[in-house]
Each structure stands twice: as structure tokens, then as C-alpha cells.
Write a protein that binds this ligand. Structure first.
Ligand SMILES: Nc1ncnc2c1ncn2[C@@H]1O[C@H](COP(=O)(O)OP(=O)(O)OP(=O)(O)O)[C@@H](O)[C@H]1O
Ligand SMILES: [Mg+2]
Length: 333
């Protein structure tokens, strides 16, 4: 696979008010090819959105910073790019659907203005053409009567329609990489299924690479070919989706999958939220003491787990995990 997007050794830190530094992403690696979908899954606070912000170079600086690593888009390290170049990248190459559609749509502009604005800004279209393009995009995301809807304000639309508008905005410039951060969390399951179908269809047409961020392993099973499991800012496991679902290695991943009953059942049926693993994600202060961050919650933890950080190792073909249950596995490249 030749990678379109390559994330290598990415670490993100925040300066906290008490003078300490918290590392919210630690040594993250993954890559993604055009036309493919990578799922990133993990509990609240594990660093999924921060990973997305880092790729967009939108980590708030200060108090945050990208401390280490490389993010290569078609070979270009975005961490070396100028701010002007990044604006270009964000408008044309990498776009994002944010977690909260209502906070990312501006209530005082019509949706046509908002979609049109992105194409005017980044593709230099005139007013008329931008409006036509907005209508075309609304049609592409199956919004009925797009000629009429284009002049409406966000509050006039249902949650599902607003999410479609977000997708229309994100895809208006035909990005190479689309990052969808919990794109359907606020929506009911029928609408969720529609949005996922739409995303898949648009991806087939545009051949975009998609990063799907979610708590929902069921959504990953439907959408992605590959999945990265994150815990406390680190990747704990990565594998093709089928392999991950049938042969999870890390106790954390096993917990996540065990928490999703009937994964193979009708995707339109309601799925319960992912997490019922006992305990909570460690606070930032508890991290960085050495040892596996999951050890305090892990039923299989050994002394070593509390002392040394497990490295990412190959635990199967095209399958890695960071866990001392597999001490003899080979260190992954
Ligand atoms: N401005 C900030 N200062 C300090 N820490 C921050 C800041 N913003 C985020 N963090 C921390 O970064 C970590 C990762 O947050 P992130 O938003 O990426 O989590 P997430 O996996 O997207 O969670 P969720 O599923 O709830 O969206 C969290 O521990 C969070 O507290
Ligand atoms: Mg998030």
C-alpha cells in the first residue's frame, strides 16, 4: 500500500496551569491510502479528536503543541508547512466533519453561503458559481429541494440535515483526505445508517481517504477496512477490521468488542454505547509514570505492566498490539 497520509511518532503536549506538561498523544503511528477508510476507536478522552486536530494543524498553540513526529500528506510533512500553506491544505486537501454540527455551522449565514464560502475561498469561484456548487453539493448529500434549502439557516434544518450540510461543506472542495469525527453521534440510528451509506457512496465517487473517529465499533465494522484502537493517547492495537473483531489481542480491545453485543446483527438496530469496561481512563497526572496506562483497569495485568511501557509488537500478520501478554512478539517497524 502506498500511503497518502502517514502519521509517524506523533506526540502532542499541553502546558497545564500548574506548570506540568501533559502528553495527550504519545508516539502515534498509522497510515492510510486513497479510497480507504481507517477507523480510530477508543473511550472519551483517549485523544481521537486531538489526533484529527493535529493532522489539520489546529492544535491550540499555546497551551498545546505538536512536540514530535511527522504528518506526511503525499510525502509532504505538514509539520514543516507554513501557515499559508496549511490554509491551502485545509481548504483543498484535507477536510474535517466536526463532532458538533451546530457549533461548526454559523447560525447567522444561510447554508448556501457557508458551503459557497469554502469554494469561493479555496477554488476562486464567483458568487453565482458558488451558489450553483452549493446546490449541487446539497443534492449530492440527498437534501430534498436543494434550490430552496440553500437559502435556509441552520436552525431550520433537522439534526440529520445539518450533518448532511456538514458533509457537503467538507466534500465541496473534493479533499483527498476526509476526517469524520463522530459524524453521527447526535443522530438517531436510522439517520446514522443513511449518513454512513452516503459517506461510502461519496467516497467511491471521489476516492477520498477517510478517517472515521468513533466510540462505536459497530460503525467501524460497517465503514472501515482497518482500525486503530487508542487508549490514553497511545495506539494499543491496529489490524484490519475483520481480524480485529475476530481476533482482538489487547485486553482493552477485547473489552471494547465484548461491550458490543450482536455486532454482526442488523446495523439498523440500536447499538448500546461502547464502554462498560470497569474503571476510568487515567488522569493525565497518573500517566507518564512508566508502565502501561491500561494496567490499573486490566484484569490480566502483571508486575511488568505497571513498570514498563509495552512496545508496539507484531502479534499476527498485519496486526500489532502494545501489550506485555505478547512479550516474544517481534517489535513492529
Ligand atoms: N486545551 C487543553 N488543555 C489540556 N488538555 C487538553 C486540552 N484539550 C484537550 N485536552 C486533553 O486531551 C486529551 C484528548 O482529548 P480528545 O478531545 O482528543 O479526546 P477524544 O478521544 O476525542 O474524546 P471524546 O470521545 O470525548 O471526543 C484529553 O485528556 C483532554 O483532556
Ligand atoms: Mg473527540
Amino acid at each position: 500500500m502506498s500511503a497518502l497520509l502517514e502519521v509517524r511518532g506523533l506526540s502532542v503536549e499541553f502546558d497545564l496551569k500548574d506548570g506540568t506538561v501533559s502528553r495527550v498523544i504519545d508516539g502515534l503511528n498509522f497510515e492510510l491510502a486513497a479510497g480507504r477508510t481507517l477507523g480510530i476507536v477508543g473511550e472519551s478522552g483517549c485523544g481521537k479528536s486531538m489526533t484529527a486536530l493535529a493532522i489539520m494543524r489546529l492544535v491550540p498553540v499555546p497551551p498545546g503543541r505538536i512536540a514530535e513526529g511527522a504528518i506526511r500528506l503525499a510525502g509532504e510533512n505538514l509539520l514543516d508547512a507554513t501557515e499559508a500553506r496549511m490554509r491551502d491544505v485545509r481548504g483543498n486537501d484535507v477536510s474535517m466533519i466536526f463532532q458538533e454540527p451546530m457549533t461548526s455551522l454559523n447560525p447567522v449565514y444561510t447554508i448556501g453561503d457557508q458551503i459557497g464560502e469554502t469554494v469561493r475561498l479555496h477554488q476562486g469561484l464567483g458568487r453565482r458559481e458558488a451558489r450553483d456548487r452549493a446546490i449541487e453539493m446539497l443534492r449530492a448529500v440527498s437534501i430534498p429541494a436543494p434550490e430552496k434549502r440553500v437559502d435556509e439557516y441552520p436552525h431550520q434544518l433537522s439534526g440529520g440535515m445539518r450533518q448532511r450540510v456538514m458533509i457537503a461543506m467538507a466534500l465541496a472542495c473534493q479533499p483527498q483526505v476526509l476526517i469524520a469525527d463522530e459524524p453521527t453521534t447526535a443522530l438517531d440510528v436510522t439517520v446514522q445508517a443513511q449518513i454512513f451509506d452516503l459517506l461510502k457512496e461519496l467516497q467511491q465517487q471521489t476516492h477520498a481517504a477517510v478517517i472515521l473517529i468513533t466510540h462505536d465499533m459497530g460503525a467501524i465494522a460497517e465503514m472501515a477496512q482497518r482500525v486503530v484502537v487508542m487508549y490514553a493517547g497511545r495506539k494499543v492495537e491496529e489490524a484490519p477490521v475483520d481480524e480485529m473483531l475476530t481476533n482482538p489481542k489487547h485486553p482493552y480491545t477485547r473489552g471494547l468488542i465484548a461491550c458490543v453485543p450482536h455486532l454482526e446483527a442488523d446495523p439498523a438496530l440500536e447499538r448500546p454505547p461502547l464502554m462498560e469496561i470497569p474503571g476510568v481512563v487515567p488522569s493525565v497526572a497518573e500517566l507518564g509514570r512508566g508502565g502501561c496506562p491500561f494496567a490499573p483497569r486490566c484484569a490480566e495485568a502483571m508486575d511488568r505492566c505497571r513498570q514498563d511501557m509495552p512496545p508496539e509488537t507484531a502479534v499476527g500478520e498485519d496486526h500489532t498490539a502494545a501489550c506485555w501478554l505478547y512479550p516474544d512478539a517481534e517489535a513492529a517497524a
